[in-house]
Design a protein around this ligand. Structure first.
Ligand code: PMP
Length: 303
């Protein structure tokens, strides 16, 4: 097996102790632990599908792959581009933490840092401008518009959830970043059972601290985002999400990243309205990825 073959097939674990006392006893909450991917996050799935699609379309001799990312996608691209022999240029907002930048550079990626005040949208605009100015030098992967991103989840994550729950899943809850996870997994699950309820989770506003998630009303809306897929869309308060992350570490032994707190908050909100059901969510990355940041944020006491 090659490294790339180990992307996906992550564990699905039942959150028994978190559920107890928080949701009705007939409702199960399960989470997929996506840091079991070789690059440490859910973005290995999208990066793998996007890179393989670019290879199929043909990468011109000497061209570099190009995209924007503030974190996990960059690491996933870096790892897989090294493994596949591609050169990669990544536009990254300058506020991305040093660990991220070091990790990406370790894979031999060329980093272009963009103005922190423009946020992740500034990195996207720079990548778009570079691709437009030098079409022969770059193959622009554009994870926000690339159908291979939701495709990875429709044909991967969703089928895993279906088989790991033996078809018992009744609700799917996920945070929105590029929206690839939510859109693709929901499509794949609904193809198995049209009655599965799919609920998206967003931050309550900009400047939320839930790294990896987007507040769609104030951000560049990804082309792959289809809001009509969701049966409901919930706004996760950051403080409550961080509180649940701390509980998850102490009660379940699961140290997850910021956006997992919002996903768990959403899963619990959904579970509370039910008397019976199997609610599945996705934890995109591990809390270890945020150790240096955690001390400067509301996560404070997590690490
Ligand atoms: N959480 C984290 C930590 C992420 O890096 C991402 C990807 N931006 C997401 C959630 C959202 O995933 P998606 O892009 O598939 O919507």
């Amino acid at each position: 097996m090659l490294l790339i073959d180990y992307v996906g097939n992550t564990p699905l674990v039942r959150l028994d102790r978190i559920a107890r006392g928080r949701v009705p006893s007939g409702v199960e909450i399960w989470a997929k632990l996506e840091w079991f991917n070789p690059g440490g996050s859910i973005k290995d799935r999208a990066a793998r599908a996007i890179i393989l699609a670019a290879e199929r379309a043909g990468i011109p001799e000497g061209a570099r792959l190009l995209d924007a990312s503030s974190g996990n996608t960059g690491i996933a691209y870096g790892m897989l581009c090294a493994a596949r022999g591609h050169r990669l240029t990544l536009c990254i907002p300058s506020y991305a933490n040093d660990e991220r930048k070091h990790l990406v550079r370790a894979y031999g990626v060329e980093l272009i840092e963009t103005d922190a005040r423009e946020g992740s949208d500034g990195a996207i605009r720079r990548a778009q401008a570079l691709a437009a100015a030098h079409p022969d030098r770059f193959v622009y992967l554009d994870q926000y518009s690339n159908p291979a991103n939701p495709g990875a989840h429709e044909h991967g994550t969703a089928l895993e959830i279906w088989s790991q729950t033996a078809g018992r899943v009744t609700h799917f809850v996920a945070g929105l970043g590029t929206s690839g996870t939510f859109v693709g997994t929901s499509r794949g699950l609904r193809a198995k059972n049209a009655h599965i309820q799919c609920v998206s989770v967003q931050p309550t506003g900009p400047g939320h601290g839930l790294e990896g998630l987007k507040h769609m009303a104030t951000a560049i809306v990804p082309k792959i985002y289809d809001p009509t897929i969701a049966n409901a869309d919930l706004a996760a308060p950051s403080a409550a999400s961080f509180e649940l992350l701390r509980a998850l570490a102490k009660e379940e032994g699961i140290l997850a990243g910021f956006s997992s707190g919002a996903a768990l908050w959403g899963a619990i909100e959904v579970a509370r309205t039910l008397t019976a059901g199997v609610v599945v969510t996705v934890f995109p990355d591990s809390g270890e990825r945020y150790v240096s940041q955690a001390s400067q944020t509301a996560m404070g006491s997590l690490c």
